[in-house]
Design a protein around this ligand. Structure first.
Ligand code: PEP
Length: 251
């Protein structure tokens, strides 16, 4: 039985005061949502206040990225040791904006994934094809490469917290959403890949989220499909009512 997970990616939005105000408005709206794992991923400067504001609740706090080293001369970076020390439990890895603007590759995804698992952080590894890759019929090839390299040499015994987010790049922040059929097909392909790369048992228990212009009005049709175990939400997670409505509609 896979527990649904719905995560908010706030990207580079919200000051600490805005994050605190969001959480104050959001918590009462999800007080009865025990069936869904809820994760908020604020920017680094809002992690501490978000942890404080959600203390004692069922809402988890995740980082949007991290470095794979424990510490060292890596100016500007944040390590898994630093994240777990303040109580962060989840981390996004390989978001398409990180791949597009910050040179993240399948190889760095692999290093970060290993570091997250070693530090008991729940990794949400993002994969997905560009529009041109879909149009040229290469979606499965791209997903296979991202997963094969990204999950290389992961010990199946330690891989159980792994979460995958399928985020077709053409659907992120564009208002375009994959149809349920497109999402379902990609999710089934990803699960089959996980069975080959890790094991059939891990594939069956790994949560695969859909991300790409999820909104209150399309959450139900996407999240009710057998191989879709929740959502990674960007723009529509910035407003507490809209994000709470997505959680309610998807549950
Ligand atoms: C994202 O940032 O992961 C995302 C899916 O964004 P949006 O919901 O705005 O498309």
């Amino acid at each position: 039985m896979r527990k649904p997970l719905i995560a908010a990616n706030w990207k580079m939005y919200k000051t600490p005061a805005e994050a605190t105000a969001f959480i104050g408005a959001f918590l009462p709206l999800v007080a009865n949502q025990q069936k869904t794992e809820i994760v908020l991923c604020p920017s680094m400067t809002s992690l501490a206040v978000s942890l404080e504001a959600t203390k004692g609740t069922q809402v988890h706090i995740g980082a949007q990225t991290m470095d794979w080293h424990d510490n060292g001369a890596y100016t500007g970076e944040t390590s898994p040791v630093m994240l777990t020390a303040i109580g962060v439990t989840h981390v996004l890895i390989g978001h398409s904006e990180r791949r597009q603007y910050f040179n993240e590759t399948d190889e760095t995804v692999n290093l970060k994934l290993k570091a997250a698992l070693a530090h008991q952080l729940t990794p949400i590894v993002c994969v997905g094809e560009l529009q041109a890759e879909r149009e040229s019929g290469r979606t499965n090839e791209v997903l296979q490469r991202q997963l094969t390299v990204g999950l290389k040499d992961i010990d199946a015994a330690t891989a159980t917290p792994l979460v995958i987010a399928y985020e077709p790049v053409w659907a992120i922040g564009t208002g375009l959403t994959a149809t349920p059929e497109i999402a379902d097909e990609a999710h089934r392909f990803i699960r089959a890949q996980l069975a080959e790369i890790l094991s059939p048992a891990i594939a069956a228990s790994t949560r695969i989220l859909y991300g790409g212009s999820v909104k209150p009005d399309n959450a139900a049709s996407l999240c009710c499909l057998e191989d879709i175990d929740g959502a990674l939400v960007g723009g529509a997670s910035l407003d507490p009512n809209s994000f709470a409505q997505i959680i309610a509609n998807a549950s």
